[in-house]
Design a protein around this ligand. Structure first.
Ligand code: F6R
Length: 605
């Protein structure tokens, strides 16, 4: 979603802010802006589109040493310059950048309008600037303490006040905010990737805390104005910023980082042929008494959750369900203290997932989270956190984080199954051995990609395409279709192969591409029948399989992936689909790393 950067220090602020915004660009790129102190006054620069457009507008040679910047993902109001942040108070004293949503902004706006304030934007953020102006009596911290209880919803705020031209003020609730301090000054960012340098001390602001950043340090206060001592947080090297290296796009780089993401994730989990998940703290009895397991997530992470539900049901033989996080509250789940709830999120900040997790917590379920960011809110609120070690993922469309999530899900299901006595020692050992080989198999398969370029030629001009599969292959189909839609904007859908004949087979015409995944051996023969049904109606079949025996006379194109246990098959069958999506988007000239309308970390419900 939106991104915040701020700097106060000895360097020129404009290049620091521009670089921070570029690093945050993956979070939102509808419009961008910055506010800096020039001759004691706050000067604002705004642009439509990407932060790189701001380079032309911002005064590159400015001597300003203090400023804030923002990259916007529009929620309230169109992505134009008037709605771009920062937003100013009417008296020009405050400039505010904001992530999150002020849910009661309509009411606040009405009250402020009645008092004579004239709004210049359609955003919810402008109310914050006006409320600050109204509450300010010379002390910004007190003004923040006064207005924060009035703001419902979520916010991370970066604020300049013209009475304090060496200072950045900040505050937050339910939206992440970090402060970095090094020899060159103080930095503010919604994401540590934005920090100018990969050095210095980093602090995470807590909910309802107020920060005052100067070039030589940070002071943090609670909402009552009492000083809070913050401890430095350690950021894993892997979470810091890295460039694209030799790759044309972050997405391609991240596809090729999947072997490492998978193996690094399992490094401390699969040790000496055994699965160690100490943080679970569930003994055999507790596991045996589980009434069911729920996997909750959004988007691709939800697809990982679907794999989890299929694998858990298969290995534990108890009910296992996958939930789209935003629907969790709408469905009355029967989670209780004997339910294991697995929350999956790359960012660990997805608002829908967080809300669902809090709902499951209310029901006293045991919460295990699978996240890629140990500092995230989801990690902090879980009973047990299992980290994926995918490293920083920049491309909006996830690939390596998805792979790393699967690694944890497999390990979790196998461990629970073995502990509950559902699989014997030999089966357990076999699964562990095969799991330890997956990363190598991923690496082996990724060496060749010419097939993906040829398939992209077929898909680039298509109006409609269908992805089908059964069992674990259905999970792959869902993820493959999402990747293609997200980055190439091709209209396609995933269908459980057996369900096609109940409706959407009507869309198949001469030449309609159907991507069929046939890797789950338990259902392969049935899928082969469904492929024939499509072929009989003129479909062009692109078959992804791991077995020569599944090669039928119906396939127009066939891609072989390495063979593995059915439960791990998604980790391999998804790879060609990621690459096909990538090359299709490339042929269509799409913005691969930053698809239109999407954001990386979706921090609004
Ligand atoms: C798809 C994609 C999204 C995310 C979803 C959840 O390529 O990246 O669908 O998977 O927004 O995000 P996290 O995992 O951060 O909770």
């Amino acid at each position: 979603m939106c991104g915040i950067i701020g700097y106060t220090g000895v360097q020129a602020a404009v290049p620091v802010i521009l670089q921070g915004l570029e690093r945050l660009e993956y979070r939102g790129y509808d419009s961008a802006g910055m506010g800096i102190f020039e001759n004691g006054e706050i000067a604002m620069y705004k642009t439509m589109g990407s932060p790189s457009n701001l380079k032309e507008k911002a005064p590159q040679g400015s001597a300003a040493k203090v400023g804030i910047g923002h990259t916007r993902w529009a929620t309230h109001g169109a992505p134009d310059e008037k709605n771009a942040h920062p937003h100013m108070s009417a008296d020009g004293k405050f400039a505010v950048v904001h992530n999150g949503i002020i849910e009661n902004y309509v009411e606040l706006k009405r009250e402020l309008t009645e008092k004579g304030y004239i709004f210049r934007s359609e955003t919810d953020t402008e109310v914050v600037a006006f409320l600050l102006e109204e509450a300010y009596k010379g002390d910004v911290k007190s003004a923040l303490s006064e207005i924060m209880p009035k703001l419902n919803g979520s916010y991370a705020l970066g604020i300049l006040c013209s009475d304090y031209p060496d200072t950045i003020f900040c505050a937050k609730k339910s939206s992440p905010l970090f402060v970095g301090i090094d020899a060159d000054g103080g930095y503010l960012a919604s994401d540590v990737a934005a920090f100018y340098k990969n050095s210095g001390k980093i602090y995470k602001l807590g909910d309802n805390e107020i920060g005052i950043i100067k070039k030589d340090g940070l002071k943090v206060f609670d909402i009552d104005g009492c000083r809070i001592r913050k401890t430095e947080v350690k950021i894993r090297e892997a979470q810091r910023y890295e460039g694209k290296g030799k790759y044309e796009h972050f997405m391609l780089k991240e596809i090729y980082e999947q072997p490492t993401a998978f193996s690094a994730t399992l490094e401390n989990i699969l040790v000496d042929g055994k699965i160690k998940l100490g943080c679970l703290k569930m003994n055999r009895e507790k596991i045996k008494h589980l009434n069911h397991i729920e996997f909750i997530a959004c988007g691709s992470a939800y697809h990982a959750g679907v794999v989890g539900a299929y694998a858990a049901q298969k290995l534990l033989n108890i009910p296992a369900f996958s939930f789209i996080a935003s629907e969790y509250i709408n469905r009355s789940s029967s989670a209780d203290e004997n339910t294991l709830v697995v929350i999956i999120s790359q960012s660990g900040e997805t608002a829908d997932t967080l809300a669902a997790m809090r709902e499951a917590k209310k029901r006293n379920a045991k919460i295990v989270s699978i996240v890629n960011n140990e500092l995230s809110t989801i990690a902090q609120e879980s009973d047990c956190v299992i980290l994926t070690k995918a490293g920083r993922e920049v491309a909006v469309a996830t690939t390596k984080a998805f792979s790393a999530q699967l690694a944890v899900i497999y390990a979790l299901c196998i461990r629970l199954s073995y502990s509950a006595g559902k699989i014997d020692r030999e089966k357990y050992k076999n699964y562990c051995t095969e799991l330890s080989k997956i990363s190598e198999k991923i690496g082996e398969f990724l060496k060749e990609n010419s097939y993906a370029k040829s398939i992209a030629e077929i898909l680039k001009d298509t109006d409609y395409c269908s992805f089908i599969g059964r069992g674990f292959d259905y999970c792959t189909a869902m993820e493959g279709a999402l990747k293609l839609k997200e980055i190439s904007y091709a209209h396609c859908e995933a269908y459980a192969a057996g369900e096609l004949k109940h409706g959407t087979i009507s869309l198949i015409e001469n030449g309609t591409p159907v991507v069929a995944v046939v890797c789950d051996s338990s259902v392969a023969t049935k899928t082969l029948g469904n492929i024939k049904e499509c072929k009989a109606r003129g479909a062009k079949i692109i078959c992804i399989t791991n077995d020569e025996n599944y090669k039928g006379d119906a396939d127009d194109v066939i891609v072989y992936v390495p063979k593995t246990e059915d439960i791990f098959s998604v980790s391999l069958s998804v790879l060609p689909l990621q690459l096909i999506a990538y090359y299709t988007a490339k042929l269509k000239g799409c913005s691969i790393d930053k698809p239109k309308n999407l954001a990386k970390s979706v921090t609004v419900e």
